[in-house]
Design a binder for this molecule. Structure first.
Ligand SMILES: Nc1nc2c(ncn2[C@@H]2O[C@H](COP(=O)(O)OP(=O)(O)O)[C@@H](O)[C@H]2O)c(=O)[nH]1
Ligand SMILES: [Mg+2]
Length: 313
């Protein structure tokens, strides 16, 4: 199942950087070496086994932009499921950025009226922390107004912190593209009840994006998932540099235990337990026993008779 995702925005706004960190295992400082994207760079990202994200990273120089709206219009804007428009928060040409954004929406409305639109106000790390919310709120209001009759969802992002993994940015975008995600979520909720877990999360294996979660006991840190995605992905990359495969980890203190374990062919699971009387071995056995069930859902979703064996990074 192939889903077309358009990545657009002015040259230098950070499109290729985000794509490379999430889908190609770059770390943030590698992106300084990225050259400008010429025309459209297509990449196919296999996600959850059978779902293929067909990413169109559209170079943002004016000469290319003009082309997308004229000669390449049908080709670029047809069959789009998701448009991700990236704004450099420090851009000095806000009016021009808006103009291109609106031309883009017009073409989307014409060629793919059902597409979902996301705007990322990017490079937020360059703004002093106490001004971020104010600046973002202002941009968001302006974008919502200018997007009509289409709806857009705005996020603030930066490659230098965990906002890139924020449950509400790229995870959210990808979540939208996963078929039957509700079945996955209800199974996860049952699983959390059986385990008596505080929370259970599923991470996509290659990107470490959170694809489903079930929270049984509330937690105060709303950014915890994306922090974990970020940290564990870094750790996983360090492992692969040493030719070692990341497999599992257990972290325990006097208040809780966290388990991250290889789960189905396309996911890792994380289980958080706060009952100190439940031994690790019991939780690990439960995780092992649940694998088959979740593998089955995954296979059903992808319409495959056997688990996929796509190469892992
Ligand atoms: N400060 C900061 N720089 C970023 C961020 N994202 C990307 N960059 C830098 O912006 C430059 C242009 O990025 P690139 O991904 O090539 O932009 P593109 O033309 O939209 O594809 C690179 O030097 C990146 O390192 C960010 O969140 N914060
Ligand atoms: Mg680029």
């Amino acid at each position: 199942m192939k889903k077309k995702v358009l990545l657009m925005g002015k040259s230098g706004s950070g499109k290729t950087s985000m794509r490379s960190i999430i889908f190609a295992n770059y770390i943030a400082r590698d992106t300084r070496r990225l050259g400008a994207t010429i025309d459209v760079e297509h990449s196919h990202v296999r996600f959850l086994g059978n779902l293929v994200l067909n990413l169109w990273d559209c170079g943002g120089q004016e000469i290319f932009m003009e082309n997308y709206f004229t000669t390449q219009r049908d080709n670029v804007f047809r069959n789009v499921e998701v448009l991700i428009y990236v704004f450099d928060v420090e851009s000095r040409e806000v009016e021009k950025d808006m103009h291109y954004y609106q031309s883009c929406l017009e073409a989307i409305l014409q060629n793919s009226p059902g597409a979902k639109v996301f705007c990322l106000i990017h490079k937020m790390d360059l703004i002093p922390e106490d001004q971020r919310k104010m600046i973002f709120d202002k941009r968001e209001a302006e974008l919502m107004k200018r997007s009509l009759p289409l709806e857009c969802t705005c996020f603030k992002t930066s490659i230098w912190d965990e906002t890139l993994y924020k449950a509400s940015a790229w995870s959210n975008i990808v979540h939208l593209l996963i078929p039957n995600v509700h079945q996955l979520e209800s199974s996860l909720s049952n699983f959390a009840t059986i385990l008596d877990a505080d929370e259970v999360l599923l991470f996509e294996r290659a990107t470490f994006l959170v694809i489903a979660h079930s929270v049984k006991r509330p937690h105060t840190d709303i950014h915890r998932f994306e922090k974990i995605s970020n940290i564990v992905k870094q750790f996983k990359l360090s492992c692969s540099k040493l030719q070692a495969q990341f497999q599992s980890m257990e972290v325990r203190n006097s208040c809780f235990a966290a388990f991250i374990d290889f789960f189905t062919p396309n996911t890792y699971v994380m289980v958080i337990m706060s009952d100190p009387t439940i031994p690790s071995a019991a939780t690990l056995v439960n995780i092992r026993n649940a694998r088959k069930h979740f593998e089955k859902i995954e296979r059903l979703e992808s319409g495959l008779p056997v688990p996929t064996t796509a190469p892992r990074i």
